[in-house]
Design a protein around this ligand. Sequence first.
Ligand code: PLP
Length: 427
Amino acid sequence: MSDPISQGLFERAQRVLPGGVNSPVRAFKAVGGNPVFIREARGPYIYGADGAEYVDYVGSWGPMILGHAEPSVIQSIARTAALGTSFGAPTEGEIKFAETLVAAVPSMEMVRCVSSGTEAVMGALRVARGFTGRDLIVKMEGGFHGGADYLLVKAGSGLATLGVPDSAGIPSDVAKVTLTIRFNDLADATKVFQEHGPRIAAIIVEPVAGNMGCVPPEPGYLEGLKKLSHEHGALLVFDEVMTGFRVAFGGAQARFGVSPDITTLAKVIGGGMPLGAYGARREIMSKIAPVGPVYQAGTLSGNPVAVQAGLATLEKLARPGVYEQLEENSARVEKAFQDAAKKHGVPLTVQRVGSMLTPFFTGGPVRSWDEASKCDTAAFGRVHQSLIAQHIYWPPSQFEAGFVSTTHDEGTLQRLESALDNAFKNV
Ligand code: PLP
């Protein structure tokens, strides 16, 4: 249960905001209870409306890899904002930002900046269609790529079939341009290309799935997707909105050594400000207006304040030892879940790649959405409620990843360990 002040705010919010929130998962519907309203945040801590301190493992769903209100990022934002917050005209900061991204991410020679992950994905897939002259997109069951109509689809009857809408308000004809296959299943990918190959523009995949909980790619899977898509004249798009600069400085493509044709980025690259980007080799990016025929634009694209927040974040992340430290901190969080589950005899599979991880309430490994969906979500809900009561702020869904920042330390770890011990007692 959230504190009385948050509960009052939630009641007030529900009168003017659908469900009291501006993005559905914030409403805690998957775990029961009401959301904690946040007053402020610093380092690994967030402070609820009543001022209570929580150890935060949500990290704004990924961006806050340096912890909250990192001084160098805040100074950059303040300094830049004082010079004007938006010009709708090019700035030098955008060039520096683009140079930093292309230097870090192996497959990108050019980028286009936008304002969110959703927009990055929409731009990337439009250019994939413009480049190939084809219409169909293949996505993974359980994969999430933001709010575009043609990506809010689920599989029709049987996999490798044309999608059907997964939200009201999406025309069934729009959903039909998307095909859905099982993650980590190359046979399914082969089948979709056999059936629809000449019409497929691109496969889009989170190289480490994060939106069904954290599911790493099986060895050879990403390489297999690349081979298949290229054999059939399609492009491979890595949606690195979550994994970019999270699982390694150069993203999952650097960590796993597989380069996609197009990459989408957001979250970490904006340092907590609204900023996304998509990038690829020059040949593909040259299709985008004003150079090429693929139109894509945005009033706030490459916003000067967001770009400086991103640059300050990336500068800190580029320092030696940062990802090693994140790996170490995160391994201890993983172990804390494993130890509590073992001690109390709860079937649990913890999956982690770098500083993103999910404790799945199931005994076996989770390789795809059909395996994730079999988890004991009620048990997860009970643990979540207990963690919130003990002021550990974990993502309020079994099918999300928790995120560790560079500011999580021995103190936060000990608080997590003792809270987990209590939480798993009563699963
Ligand atoms: N792609 C992935 C992999 C995501 O995890 C998300 C958001 O969680 C998006 C795209 C959409 O990004 P945004 O919420 O910035 O629009």
